[in-house]
Ligand binder design. Sequence first.
Ligand SMILES: *Cc1c(COP(=O)(O)O)cnc(C)c1O
Length: 392
Amino acid sequence: MTMNAALPGALRAATPVYSDPAVAFIAANDFDRSTLVISRDRVAAQYDALHAGLGRAHIHYAVKANPAPEIIRLLVKKGSGFDAASRAEIELCLSQGAKPGNISFGNTIKRASDIAFAHSAGVTLFAADSEAELDKIAAHAPGARVYIRLIVENSLADWPLSRKFGCAASALPALLDHAKAVGLVPYGLSFHVGSQTRKAEFWNPVLDQIAPLWNAAIAAGHDLQLLNLGGGFPAFYGEHVEAPRIYAASVMRAVAARFGNVPQVMAEPGRGLVAEAGHIAAEVLLVSRKSADDMHRWVYLDIGRFSGLAETEGEAIRYQFVTKHDGGDTGPCILAGPSCDSADILYEKRPINLPLALGCGDKVVIRNCGAYTSSYSSVGFNGFPPLDVIVL
Ligand SMILES: *Cc1c(COP(=O)(O)O)cnc(C)c1O
């Protein structure tokens, strides 16, 4: 990395918040490999905004979105809790000062030895969506509090979480009874509206689905305490999203209208907390055409599907790109990563427009990449190094 002031003008033109520390850092430096630069100040500001909108709901940051230790430590200082999915994520949170009582083990598919570890470390809140998982928790974390995760039907999210997680509504009563029968504390319900749920109003049909199940469980004698709203809080990828405080406050109004005074509410933002705080510095490795009359340019970057941009799968998340040529003529191109796997194409069905002047060696800034990039980067597929991370 060397100092280089080639980019600031173009970035200033294309970036509304030039004071963004990560943008300024990328503009002022050269990188010898693709690098995520993420700003703690921006994460803190985003936390404050979500916290203000969520009111009494306690934030449990979904660690998988970005497990940089500096970010975990910052969020510990801010008073955040953590949603962890494995022993390693729990150890990470503990190593950065999190209290075990502020960590929930939210994965519904846990290794028995990880449950035992969490229990011995003092974690007392676990997720489940099946009888077998409840049995596992009862055996390795006897007496623990459990919340049952429900399937969300017909998610309106850009990155829906499908039917992999959660039980059907019809299975809930028996699972709550089973939890009690095996000595656990049926403590609450959880769901996930789907990641990148762009509009707060998209939560309404999901909350409509969950509220009667909550009421039925109470009527059946379960003293539920916790409604876990999961994640889904969106980031800006080019399509309008409401500011985090306004969005979160709308969600909480919708929750209050349907659930009244639930004793405890919890939210697990991942993307919404860290995505906009980080940007990736990447480089164009090649621009080519397959023939003289090929309509499309192919632009190959030094980062691809396997080195941090996994969420381009299905072209679901459409990142924004900033180059020093912005403002000049643009044309469509197929954008691909550097590895020798034909699946390593980022955008092809809906090609993206990039400047015609773009050439080999040019720096490209990929905006709002703080979530689900470094944590999705392979250790070195094809010998390309994993996404580097610089925390400011
Ligand atoms: C991934 C995950 C989240 C975070 O989702 P976002 O859409 O990034 O906010 C929250 N809760 C659970 C259980 C998750 O698996």
